[in-house]
Design a protein around this ligand. Sequence first.
Ligand SMILES: [Zn+2]
Length: 328
Amino acid sequence: MRVFDRLDELYAIGGGTRLAYSAEEDRAHELAAEWMREAGLAVDRDEVGNLFGRRGEARVWTGSHLDTVPNGGKFDGALGVVAAIEAAERLRDAPLGIVAFRAEENGPMGSRRLTALPDAFLELHIEQGPTLERLGEPLGIVKAIAGQARGSATFEGRAAHAGTTPMGERSDALVAAAEFVLRVRDAAKDGAVATVGVLELEPGAMNVVPARATVSVDARAPTAGQLDALVETIGFELAWRQDPVPMSGPPLDALRAALPGAPELVSGAGHDAMVLAAAGVPTAMLFVRSLNGGISHSPDELTAGEDVELAVDALTRALERLVTTVES
Ligand SMILES: [Zn+2]
């Protein structure tokens, strides 16, 4: 299948490293532009470098991104673009817009700076988690993208000599922070997740009891109520919050019609689809199973060939229906 060759061609550029706005990302966009032209699409780019292949009025868009994290996998983003071009080939007469967004891994930057929006958006992406593999299901429908809350917590202690201050007389900021990290872990339940990913210590010397510890918190939950409760239970200073973004309207209906009985899940990762949905575009996502325990942002990222074929078929069926709905 042509899709696999194209994924290999993209992966060969930079060996899995195509950072935002790098020469490697540029090269991937040039390659995708060639494939779009072969599929009979008219190619154009916007001011920030997002790539479009359009046929007709193109009120329905599908696509994803071509940039990667350093040393990323073969499927993250790339599959959504390559499969979209394949679907456009199969739906030779359908008015469609195929999009490769810029710099998804840095923001996303490209999709946030769109100057024109479609009437509907559908994104195919690998799951990047283990849910579908555990369910034994090749494909899943995303019903919402998890809400996120980010911020930090600071703990004050007293700097003191590590050799001469008795244990019972210390005020150690890091010990307090360590208890907090365990509380963050225990607070996340029922599909919610919470992570401490950054730790800063002052003075940060091997022979000084820490006087101050600041830790980051990234908390995510499937519903706004759960997110509120999670933030409350952990107790930290909120810097940024986004409510869960529901998938909706004709794109979601089209996926459900194309895949009756498919499992529905909440995406813990953001994606370009989150940006379009938050901007008011009726949006849905199709997930395809990630193997190897769902690992992603790694060269070990893996999705089976037969699952990719099922995903391209389902995307094509859903787009065919969606184009008809939106046109009428
Ligand atoms: Zn991605």
